[in-house]
Design a binder for this molecule. Structure first.
Ligand code: C5P
Length: 220
């Protein structure tokens, strides 16, 4: 029988939305469902890969035949990815990583005594950009969720994060992006024109993204 294209290859996929703690019972989060990342994990597994799924909290159950590592914050996600990075063939950052986190995390529950409350936020580490700085053989895929100027921002992210592919979606389209089962994306790569994929189930989109990566890596 023919060997599957990702047989013997390690693929790291991040999924879900990170949560950044304010205090023991509160956090800053986002609308990510984790569906795109979990669909990618299943698609990579079906192509024969050894899949490490590093997931922030979602309502999804763990796909069979993959290794699931659960994390909460951007910092924990960063640490988990770094620990697996060296031997990876492909890294897909499908997670919605919080861009900011509270500068102070209160040890006790914040009481509602003040009339107004100001939160001071600091930037989280950009996981994908850090991987881009340190990559060797790894093929890096990032996502871009935008509401405007999609192509321009996606191209900017390719360069800034040294990614091999940016998958851009228009999150203002109600059938694409956060919390729905379908997605409509455009694939951007350094030396190729943009590739528009039709609106489809996230599992179909996931297979197409991996097929493009397999082709770029000449694994087919
Ligand atoms: O810069 P922006 O957040 O729009 O980039 C999105 C891409 O970068 C996604 O692939 C996301 O997983 C990744 N990212 C990251 N670390 C962050 C923020 C985003 O790896 N702190």
């Amino acid at each position: 029988p023919q060997q599957l294209p990702l047989q013997g290859k390690k693929v790291i996929i991040t999924a879900g939305g990170t949560r950044e703690r304010l205090d023991p019972v509160r956090f800053i989060g986002n609308d990510s469902s984790g569906k795109m990342g979990y669909a990618l994990a299943e698609a990579a597994r079906d192509l024969g890969a050894e899949v490490i799924l590093i997931s922030a909290k979602t309502n999804l159950s763990a796909p069979t035949g993959i290794m699931l590592i659960s994390v909460e914050t951007a910092a924990q996600m960063s640490q988990a990815v770094q620990a697996q990075f060296k031997t990876a063939a492909i890294v897909i950052m499908a997670a919605a990583v919080s861009d900011y986190r509270p500068k102070q995390v209160a040890k006790e529950k914040i009481k509602k005594t003040a009339v107004t409350l100001t939160l001071e936020l600091e930037k989280t580490p950009d996981i994908l950009a850090t991987l881009g700085q340190n990559k060797q053989q790894q093929y890096l895929i990032g996502f871009a969720a935008e509401t405007q100027n999609i192509a321009e921002y996606a191209q900017g992210k390719l360069t800034a994060k040294k990614a091999n592919m940016i998958v851009a979606n228009d999150v203002s389209n109600r059938n694409a992006g956060f919390n729905v089962s379908t997605n409509k994306v455009t694939i951007f790569r350094p030396n190729q024109g943009p590739l528009d994929l039709p609106l489809a189930d996230k599992h179909v989109i996931a297979r197409e993204i991996l097929a493009q990566a397999v082709e770029d890596l000449k694994l087919n």
